[in-house]
Design a protein around this ligand. Sequence first.
Ligand SMILES: Cc1cc2nc3c(=O)[nH]c(=O)nc-3n(C[C@H](O)[C@H](O)[C@H](O)COP(=O)(O)OP(=O)(O)OC[C@H]3O[C@@H](n4cnc5c(N)ncnc54)[C@H](O)[C@@H]3O)c2cc1C
Length: 424
Amino acid sequence: MAHIVILGAGTGGMAAAYEMRHKLDKEHQITVINERDYFQFVPSNPWVAVGWREAEEISFAIEPHLKKHDIDFIAQRVDQIDPDQKTLLLDNQQEVSYDQLLIMTGPKLAFDEVPGAGPDGGHTQSVCSLPHALTSYNNLEALCENPGPVVVGAMAGASCFGPAYEYAFILNKELQNRKIRDQVPMTFVTSEPYIGHLGLGGVGDSKSMLESDLRNHHIKWICNAKVSRVDEETMYVDEHNEDGEVIKRHELPFKHAMMLPAFKGVDSVAQVPELCNPRGFVIVDKHQRSPIYPEIWSAGVCIAIPPTEATPVPTGVPKTGYMIESMVTAIVENVAAVLKGEEPHALATWNAICLADMGDTGAAFVAIPQIPPRNVSWFKKGKWVHLAKVAFEKYFIRKMKTGNPEPFYERQILKMIGVERLKE
Ligand SMILES: Cc1cc2nc3c(=O)[nH]c(=O)nc-3n(C[C@H](O)[C@H](O)[C@H](O)COP(=O)(O)OP(=O)(O)OC[C@H]3O[C@@H](n4cnc5c(N)ncnc54)[C@H](O)[C@@H]3O)c2cc1C
């Protein structure tokens, strides 16, 4: 009998737990460890931040759902990983040993890289976690009582740009709904070299389409932007040229600012010798396995993927749900093979498929492979994307509760956009 421990119960960890249970004989024990006792559907956080969702609608207690599938759950933070002894030390000093460890810890939010940034003691808001989105909503209410300028965007080193665009357009819609948009000048500030780069070197005509949308919604923008610090009501932004030289220093006043931070790997993972790159992201081979520790596998935001291209201000590659599911499926196959004494063989397809809500419309993109040049590079806009994202939210939360092991993204999204051929 083997003990499989899954560290992290987010998009990757929950899917891995159910898929692993489905795949392995019952004699094997599966334990999920997560620092919080609830699951949050991260893509809905921007909606929480404008009051379009309640916390209870997009989160649920993990334990009862995993229990139904004979999966153990521990709600504790993992503070240390000892890969030689194959043990984990938890926040409550409990020690857990493993035979195979799946690391799916998502990002550490590196607000500390920009003085004055972040919701915990800083002056900018975030939609990266449910508590942050709730705090951001309170800040938005204050803005609505006393309207003034807004800044939305992504810091240097950020890798997740879609939610910044989503939040800008959603916020625009909410301010229009409240009939105060005319009192709120908006600026989009991004480390991307151009609008629509998305950390992916652009997808289809994402540049023109998103520029056009920002113009249509009267949102100004600054690209190649590095936020150097944030005061209570001012953001200090250095704009760079293609050679990485500062060409303009902006002082942007704001009443409300939502800036996505750079991501790093979480401390307990980053501290394991030789497991990670300098940013604390887990280095994996083509089978999602650590080349140094064969019992360690990793998927999701916490793995190391090199940037698509060098940019004047650093940007990273986004790791989105579709590719995370594909990584998870590969790991489950490979762990099952290893437990049978076989070699790992399954490969993840690192393709990007994403739906971004824009309030009443939305934008969808498909990038296969993720890094250009591509076989498929597709970016489309329409009301159907908004509707699809709402449907997808319901479906995904249900899937995370019930453990339906069928990969949702592949079947539903590809069917919806009529590109079944992309499966290859
Ligand atoms: C605001 C936002 C919106 C997004 N929207 C989309 C979208 O629409 N579509 C899309 O495809 N992708 C989207 N993404 C990207 C990506 O799909 C999500 O970030 C996704 O949640 C990543 O899954 P994950 O499993 O890697 O990490 P997470 O979902 O972040 O899960 C990691 C889990 O590990 C836990 N953990 C961390 N450290 C420890 C520790 N030491 N001990 C115990 N537990 C720990 C965390 O608490 C968390 O529960 C979005 C990302 C963000 C930030």
